[in-house]
Design a binder for this molecule. Structure first.
Ligand code: KG4
Ligand code: ZN
Length: 342
């Protein structure tokens, strides 16, 4: 089984071809980062236009790199949400046209499910596993027991963790996207220089909160002369605080997961923020402490890509979970709504 994946929900236009034996035949991304950088964040209209300009050529190139033709595809998968609606429309429309013309099944993939199942593509992981999903728009802990089978243990009460990285970067004058910029700056900073709050630390549940941390950074910036050294120290101290918060929340989730899924032995981290080496190290140590295996996809498959959409498409197609051509893109689409909870 070979599936084409299309991803257009935010600021990357992406197309990929994946085989059910887990081979990625091609995986292309056109990043619009430079288009959005002057605005310090993603501008939806610019994103939608850029997706429209790139998607056709990108699909053609993905086929050429995989040395296959439309006729060799067994399904067409595209992100159906959640995300910026203009972009999702462009990707879905393209996928529907290909599916219609070549008479192939259409799979509307939930973007979060793409992130959630990436570790199965990269590591051939078995269900169930505990997933920490950390991206620009989401911060959740989920028990994953199959495509469409998610039990949410916790979520953020305010900002997503990637959003906290992006906003903090802006406060200290680092470029968009903030995550990689903060990680880079943090290498030269002292992580114990600023005692930023560790939100929710010690609370019994698995929820997150990052707005207080962001406010603490804002207050520090107001009272500090911002130069290269203080930027590095703030970045390092911020990253450390995020690491401790994620570790504490994930530890609680692991306890719950162990009782609910005794067969599960793996902690997975996914989503753009999972590209962060410090956070990966913190979570790897936690997993080791709890006798869990730790899996983090390679950084380029943590950030938005179409291979993960093609893979989720394959898993859905294997279970005949296809969609009709009247599928309506969804700007909001919580993972639990997919649920056939076990
Ligand atoms: O998954 P993703 O590519 O897009 C969404 O679905 O949101 O995640 C993007 C987010 C951004 O907030 C970005 O700043 C963050 O992931 N990010 C990072 C790193 N690379 C990307 N955060 C921390 N450290 C990184 N190295
Ligand atoms: Zn994403």
């Amino acid at each position: 089984m070979i599936v084409l994946g299309i991803e257009t929900s935010c600021d990357e236009t992406a197309a990929a071809i994946v085989h059910e034996d887990r081979t990625i035949l091609s995986n292309l991304v056109v990043s619009q980062m430079e288009d959005h950088r002057p605005f310090g964040g993603v501008v939806p209209e610019i994103a939608a236009r850029s997706h429209l300009n790139h998607i056709d050529g990108l699909v053609k190139r993905a086929l050429a790199e995989a040395t296959i033709a439309f006729e060799d595809l067994d399904g067409i998968a595209a992100t159906g949400g959640p995300g910026l609606i203009g972009g999702v429309l462009v990707g879905m429309m393209t996928a529907k046209a290909i599916a219609l013309v070549h008479d192939r099944p259409l799979i509307a993939v939930n973007h979060l499910e793409g992130h959630a199942l990436t570790a199965r593509l990269t590591n051939g992981l078995e269900y169930p596993y505990l997933l920490l999903l950390v991206s620009g728009g989401h911060c959740q802990l989920l028990a994953v027991s199959g495509p469409g089978a998610y039990r949410r243990y916790g979520t953020t009460l305010d900002d997503a963790v990637g959003e906290a990285f992006d906003k903090t970067a802006k406060l200290i004058g680092l470029p968009y996207p903030g995550g990689p910029a903060i990680e880079q700056a943090a290498k030269y900073g002292q992580a114990d220089r600023y005692p930023f709050p560790r939100p929710m630390l010690g609370r019994p549940n698995c929820d997150f909160s990052f707005s207080g941390l962001k406010t603490a950074v804002a207050r520090t910036v107001q009272n500090t002369r911002v130069n290269q050294e203080t930027v590095a120290n703030i970045a390092a101290s911020f990253q450390m605080a995020v690491g401790e918060a994620l570790e504490d929340r994930t530890r609680n989730a692991l306890q719950r997961f162990k009782t609910e899924y005794p067969a599960g032995t793996t902690l997975v981290v996914a989503g753009g923020v999972a590209a962060n080496a410090h956070l990966r190290a913190v979570l790897a140590a936690l997993a080791a402490e709890e006798n869990f295996r730790f899996v983090a996809p390679p950084p380029d498959l943590c950030t938005d890509n179409a291979a993960m959409i093609a893979w989720a498409g394959i898993e859905r197609l294997q279970q005949n979970l296809t969609d009709t051509l009247d599928f309506a893109p969804r700007p909001r689409w919580p993972l639990e709504d997919l649920a056939v909870i076990s």
